[in-house]
Design a protein around this ligand. Structure first.
Ligand code: EGV
Length: 385
């Protein structure tokens, strides 16, 4: 006889095997030991707590000031904080979305009006291929190594009319270097292809703070960048995704945007401006140190477990990948979950070749250090058993 709990058990296992990463993140949302999603869930710093205590004032100010002004302040300060000084300032070039995934949906719908095939970095977070496939796009995988170390010639994108690159990548943390972006943009200019960047994790890594917009603008290629404030600050998902386009993008981005939203909350925009001010005043450096401490906690806590490796040696992103040797990611995920610790198995990141990710896990680092220490102890005992 099938009991209720074994039904739930089968369902969880089936999601681990056949569901997407976000479905696995849902399972963890209400759990105290949630190391699954890449959202920011660390404690607020002292100065961030002060900002949160000013929310009623911020709300009052946001309701009186011009939305356009608040929006400009928010994206200008955010882009400058992260070194993106050449961001476009002309009307309509930066569109505010509820999240970077909403921006991506708008990008996908716009691109499909012109093409059927895109090249996409492999691996990457699976909602990117899923959103693109959702509009009927055919996808050609481009291995992350090829993008970083291989020839950037026409063979890279083949018959595709656009290439989508996540940088820093999720879950590997690899950052597209300035000279590589330059070559890639030149290739896209020659091929008439649209270069799309998802820079959602750039806040964590100063190597991604060179001025991407200067490189893109100089190349003359058609480009789209998706930026995200949602990974940095523990704001309970009050965030914005920015959709930034080249003047020559030639796609119905503004029309598609208008089909989906009118705009985002001016209150959230005002909050972002305040958090940027705080980050510029040492807060970002503090965050980088914090993530570094948590990364070291995971690495040192598991260092002597036989067969375990940390492949993303230089990653500074807020997630850490762990190679499990012969162990299966899903079996290990299940054993961790049985002990109430939620992480992610990695096979779904390998959207074109799931087997390539079947012996790896991803652990979120943007969490309170003390709770991460508990998770590491549990992981250690699971991996040693
Ligand atoms: C990460 C999930 C979706 C995404 C999680 C993420 N959002 N599916 N719209 O925000 O790395 O855990 O990026």
């Amino acid at each position: 006889m099938t009991t209720v709990s074994s039904t739930a058990e089968n369902e969880a296992h089936s999601i681990a095997d056949h569901g997407n990463l976000t479905q696995l993140e849902f399972l963890a949302l209400s759990r105290s030991l949630n190391f699954a999603d890449g959202h920011a869930r660390q404690d607020l710093t002292r100065t961030q707590t002060e900002i949160i205590s000013e929310l009623p004032d911020l709300f009052a100010v946001a309701s009186k000031r011009s939305v356009q002004e608040l929006e400009r302040e928010a994206f200008s300060s955010y882009f400058r904080l992260l070194g993106q000084h050449s961001f476009p300032t002309a009307e309509g070039r930066v569109l505010s979305c509820y999240s970077s995934s909403v921006a991506m949906e708008i990008v996908a719908r716009s691109l499909i009006t012109e093409m059927q095939t895109m090249a996409l970095i492999h691996p990457t977070f699976d909602n990117i291929p899923d959103i693109l496939k959702g509009v009927g796009m055919n996808l050609v995988p481009v291995a992350e190594e090829r993008l970083h170390d291989g020839p950037l010639d026409a063979g890279l994108i083949g018959p595709a009319k656009s290439i989508f690159v996540t940088t820093p990548n999720n879950p590997t943390g690899r950052v597209l270097a300035e000279d590589r972006l330059k070559s890639l943009a030149a290739l896209c200019a020659r091929q008439g292809a649209v270069l799309v960047l998802d820079t959602s994790f750039r806040g964590f890594d100063t190597r991604a703070h060179y001025d991407h917009y200067a490189v893109l603008e100089a190349s003359g290629c058609r480009w789209i960048v998706i930026e995200d404030t949602g990974k940095l600050w523990p704001t309970l998902d009050l965030k914005v995704g920015w959709l930034v386009t080249s003047a020559n993008v030639g796609l119905p981005v503004a029309k598609t945007y208008s089909d989906i939203l009118l705009g985002v909350s001016p209150f959230v925009l005002a909050l972002i401006t305040r958090l940027v001010e705080d980050a510029a005043d040492d807060g970002l450096a503090d965050l980088h140190r914090f993530i570094g401490v948590n990364r070291e906690l995971v690495r040192s806590g598991l260092a002597d477990v036989p067969g375990i490796e940390f492949p993303d040696v230089t990653s500074r992103g807020s997630v850490e990948r762990i190679l499990l040797g012969q162990r299966s990611g899903i079996e290990t995920w299940t054993a961790m979950r049985d002990r109430n610790v939620y992480i992610l198995p990695c096979q779904q990141f390998y959207w074109a070749d799931p087997a390539a990710g079947s012996n790896a896990l991803r652990v979120a680092l943007a969490r309170p250090t003390a709770s991460l220490a508990v998770a590491v102890r549990v992981m250690r005992s699971v991996l040693l058993s």
